[in-house]
Design a binder for this molecule. Sequence first.
Ligand SMILES: Nc1ncnc2c1ncn2[C@@H]1O[C@H](COP(=O)(O)OP(=O)(O)OP(=O)(O)O)[C@@H](O)[C@H]1O
Ligand SMILES: [Mg+2]
Length: 251
Amino acid sequence: MPHMTSDDTSAAVASERGLIVRSLCKEYPTRGEPLVVLRDVHLTLRAGQSAAIMGPSGSGKSTLLSILGALEPPTGGSVTLDGVDPFRLGEAELARFRNRGVGFVFQEHYLLPQCSVLENVLVPTLADRPADDPTPRARELLDRVGLSERLDHLPSELSGGERQRVAIARAMMNRPSLLLADEPTGNLDRRTADVVAELLLELHRAERTVLVCATHSASLAARFERRFEIADGGLAETAVAIGCEPRAGRD
Ligand SMILES: Nc1ncnc2c1ncn2[C@@H]1O[C@H](COP(=O)(O)OP(=O)(O)OP(=O)(O)O)[C@@H](O)[C@H]1O
Ligand SMILES: [Mg+2]
């Protein structure tokens, strides 16, 4: 695979703002035939668009998100974010791409238990020191998610919904072009889920981030500009929210 820097790639396709997925395939090797999870997935989302990804358990939602976030490579096809294909970057550039270009919110908050709320939101700035003091932005984000009174609290002193709000602020800290949320409200009661979803959508709109969210919740999906379903490895856009059985248990 040829090595390209992000400067090379962005110079080549600078006009392609947003997320473009072409002919994406993902197979996992098994002892027998490879397990084909994604086949020929196409998706274009402009800066500022939001998409919900639905589909049954095991259909490939998390797999798709982890490829979009460059956490694992596809078996075929390409992904570009603002004209940059992360899988053509060298190791250091790829790490920068993940840290700067992409924000993640998962079902579990993954906050550092020994760090305060404010310190947790600052974590993404530690990898490469920004020129300006990042603290004012961290405080502003925590204010926007309603936690300005809780800056010095530890994650263990917060409710589940509050922890997810910290995780959202942390994901937005480096002004990513792409915000990925994998069942971000899966552990929350309906009312808390609504609050968390609203904050996710508000921040994505305010910052014109592409937002891709995997969810089993039809009511959450209904709040997104576009909705897709993964079935048999393919991604299809659906006009209306798809009814989905509530899940019996957690992953
Ligand atoms: N590292 C891996 N190696 C082998 N198979 C994998 C790997 N990761 C995922 N899979 C398989 O890929 C398929 C899709 O998994 P994925 O986690 O993407 O589903 P999902 O749609 O997110 O499901 P859920 O709704 O339960 O979260 C599953 O059959 C899973 O077992
Ligand atoms: Mg999943």
